[in-house]
Design a protein around this ligand. Structure first.
Ligand SMILES: [Zn+2]
Length: 262
């Protein structure tokens, strides 16, 4: 019997938004729209083992940024290449959900299968995707590319929990989007959960405050519970928090851009 595969996890920041306010991100008394600015960082994640790199989320491109006007540093595929990811050789890309800041830079991953929940595909291909609470968060071109990849047999449709490679699982949680999934990773520290937008900020899960954008707030609370339960390492890693760069050590030569989570 071979040893279970253990993965290293790297968080790769490719941009930020310095213009958001708490009121954009938190509802009710925690989200007064006149309240202070709140920085939101954009990350993709690399899971590294001897068996190869798995990439979690692919962010958005400079082209999308020209419309959205965030502080976009570089395309995520270029950002991960700088820490040695052979983008054209990556076999598995997990997409947590289909919001524009997670699924835009698919094209450079020419050999990859994209792992998505069936419910997420169904939702964005369905009638409610066009409604006002949902449509602004996606790019029509991105969604079209995903469905083209699916037609080409390059999307793995998952329903619930699935082991993508040895030691990497996705779990359907819903909440933020109908088919939102989180990624569970076996590391030397135990199981680490990459929350992506199931907890944009550590404040969401650690203070039990759902993010302001959601399809189902009950599922969002349920995701907080299931992620906390799954993370034997004690690490549930927020998806967009500037504190990521403070809580985890920078990778030498990539300070301010790349952290090592495990
Ligand atoms: Zn996001």
């Amino acid at each position: 019997m071979s040893e279970p595969v253990v993965h290293e996890i790297y968080g790769v920041k490719f941009g930020q938004n310095l213009h958001g306010r708490r009121g954009h991100y938190f509802s009710g008394p925690d989200g007064d729209p006149h309240d202070e600015r709140m920085q939101l960082d954009y990350y993709v994640w690399v899971l590294r083992s001897a068996a190869g790199d798995v990439v979690v989320d692919v962010g958005f491109t400079a082209e999308t940024n020209a419309r959205r006007r965030r502080d976009h540093w570089e395309d995520p595929s270029a950002a991960v290449a700088r820490i040695g990811v052979d983008v054209e050789a990556v076999r598995h890309v997990i997409l947590s959900h289909l919001h524009y800041d997670h699924c835009g830079d698919t094209a450079p991953f020419t050999a990859a299968t994209f792992v998505l929940q069936q419910r997420e595909l169904d939702f964005w291909g369905g009638p409610y995707a066009r409604r006002g609470a949902f449509a602004p968060h996606v790019e029509a071109d991105d969604i079209a590319r995903i469905f083209a990849l699916d037609a080409a047999g390059r999307v793995l449709r998952v329903d619930g929990s699935h082991e993508v490679v040895d030691g990497v699982w996705v779990d359907l949680v819903g909440g933020h989007t109908p088919g939102m999934q989180v990624t569970r990773v076996r590391t030397s520290k135990g199981i680490v959960v990459l929350a992506s937008d199931s907890s944009h900020f550590f404040e969401n899960i650690e203070q039990d405050k759902p993010f302001a954008v959601h399809a189902d707030v009950v599922d969002m609370y349920r995701a907080f519970d299931s992620m906390n339960e799954a993370a034997t390492s004690g690490l549930v890693v927020a998806g967009h928090d500037p504190l990521i760069a403070e809580r985890f050590p920078a990778v030498a030569g990539h300070e301010g851009h790349v952290v090592r989570v495990a």
